[in-house]
Design a protein around this ligand. Structure first.
Ligand code: AMP
Length: 497
């Protein structure tokens, strides 16, 4: 037999242990192996190897999601997980960029995805159709491309980050070692599965370790509190916005219920926060409510996880800790030279966890790396007593809202496409729940109401990119180049809200 993807090869070791539980029930490692093999046969459909053909899939977090992902990998394809809340134009962008040969959907997404696939002559399959008698599967070398995830940058539309099987494996092994995963672990997944956080940190690490992953189709504060209270879990990972929402929910519960919660959640061995800065008040309130000091880590779609507070040892609030195993990290000044002592500079990362390339964008890939192979993150940090503290991003046009990376320029472009808008500036305003709240400041050239504009944006942009507020003004501050001066716009908005 072919195979050689270690994550999948290891699964045979865990055989009858539960790998995944979802709305449909529990599924063992043996189920996952057997059913992903049959699904791979269906994808191959007579071919011997998909040879890095892209396969897009739109499946809710569930056993079926992982079955589809493993099938794509086992058949030799590149997996392109689609965001479940994207409106058609965003899905079309991903399809047109990655040109998949097959699009897979679970039945609830079929009405949305099938016509988009048909219009592009992409073969469409329902996830339940993924079964066929097993056939010999190709051998997959570690340096083969495995996945494309989309992430926003400072220019243009989102870029597809390509990782190989070796990259994904290195990302998993680093976290398994640092956070001491083993087969007795049980984690609750409430993260979306078109981002690395859920795919690698939660599912990848769990399945590598022979652990169990309980999946909710989407985040719901009451259900998460119930699961944490039940006391069966050992790990939980989320973005700061989710911890903020859980705190809001817990603050409305009775004393008895919060004390039961504290007992149950106390049995977890680790709770992690990342993807955006964890505000110290959130860390402190969570500690009061749960007894856990959240472990904050720093990572990026392009590098996997780079820095982490220690699993054992002191977790410093406001710090993202130290380099993870196997990851080289340095801080570089504007002159391109590594800073000494505690001066701020850009975080640069090197090592086997770092991605291969941006899909079909050789120039962007080239400029993302230094001549000696370090990836430029665009994040500024300072190292204090060997611990990294993130100070901000080098571009004001990159926002993080609810843990999602967003390009202000992309949203401005969409808003400028409306006939009643002549100028647009999108900014992130500090917000206790969202980290940054997406706000648009606009100059009108014709009549339009904020609500109408919101609906218009919603039909074109993923939900997290749609501005929460629209402010209208007579003129936007400009610099000599004719560009909006963002800090001035931020001030303009802050004066008004
Ligand atoms: P993404 O590729 O969507 O995961 O976004 C990566 C970006 O999220 C990084 O470049 C940082 O700007 C930000 N980020 C991730 N983790 C943290 C953290 N713990 N603190 C501050 N920013 C973070």
């Amino acid at each position: 037999m072919g195979e050689s993807i270690s994550l999948i090869g290891r699964a045979a070791e865990w055989h009858d242990r539960v790998a995944i539980s979802d709305q449909a029930g529990t599924h063992t490692y043996a189920d996952l192996l057997a059913r992903s093999e049959r699904a791979a046969a269906r994808l191959l459909d007579g071919q011997t190897d998909l040879d890095e053909a892209r396969i897009a899939f739109m499946v809710e977090p569930s056993f079926d999601y992982v079955r589809a992902q493993w099938a794509i990998w086992r058949a030799g394809g590149i997996s392109v997980p689609l965001c479940l809340t994207h409106p058609a134009p965003e899905l079309e962008y991903v399809l047109d960029t990655t040109t998949p040969v097959i699009a897979i959907a679970s039945s609830i997404y079929a009405d949305l995805l099938r016509p988009l696939a048909d219009a592009r002559s992409i073969r469409f399959l329902l996830v339940e159709e993924l079964k066929q008698d097993p056939v010999p599967l190709p051998r997959i070398e570690p340096d083969r491309r495995a996945m494309i995830l989309f992430t926003s940058g400072t220019t243009g539309r989102p870029k597809g980050v390509v990782t190989t099987h070796a990259n994904i494996q290195a990302q998993i092994i680093s976290l398994v070692e640092a956070w001491e995963w083993d087969e007795d672990d049980r984690i609750l997944l409430t993260l979306p599965l078109h981002h690395i956080h859920g795919i690698v940190n939660v599912i990848g690490c769990a399945l590598w370790s022979g652990a169990r992953c309980d999946m909710l189709p989407a985040f719901a504060a009451d259900q998460v509190v119930d699961r944490l209270t039940a006391g069966h879990l050992s790990l939980y990972m989320a973005v700061p916005t989710i911890y903020h929402r859980l705190i809001t929910h817990l603050d409305q519960m009775s004393d008895e219920a919060t004390s039961a919660f504290r007992d149950g959640v106390g049995r977890l061995r680790l709770m992690v926060s990342g993807s955006a800065a964890l505000p110290v008040p959130v860390l402190e309130r969570w500690r009061e409510l749960s007894g856990h000091t959240l472990l904050e880590r720093y990572g990026m779609t392009e590098i996997g996880m780079g820095l982490s507070n220690p699993y054992r040892g002191e977790r410093v609030p406001g710090s993202v800790g130290m380099p993870l195993p196997g990851v080289d990290v340095r801080v570089v000044g504007d002159d391109g030279i590594e800073v000494s002592g505690d001066e701020p500079g850009e975080i640069q990362v090197r090592g086997p966890t770092v991605f291969l390339e941006y899909w079909n964008r050789p120039q962007d890939t080239g400029s993302a790396f230094t001549s000696d192979g370090w990836f430029r993150t665009g994040d500024t940090a300072i190292v204090e007593k060997d611990r990294y503290r993130i100070l901000g991003r080098s571009s004001i046009d990159i926002l993080k809202t609810g843990g999602e990376k967003v390009s202000a320029l992309e949203i401005e472009d969409v808003l400028l496409g409306h006939e009643a808008i002549s100028e647009a500036a999108v900014v992130g305003i500090d917000d206790p729940e969202w980290g940054q709240r997406v706000v648009a400041v606009l100059v009108q050239s014709g009549p339009v109401e904020a609500e109408e504009l919101k609906a218009w944006a919603k039909s074109r942009l993923a939900p997290h990119k749609v501005p929460k507020e629209f402010h209208f003004t007579d003129a936007l501050p400009r610099n000599a180049m004719g560009k909006t001066l963002k800090p001035e716009v931020v001030r303009l908005v802050e004066e008004r809200v």
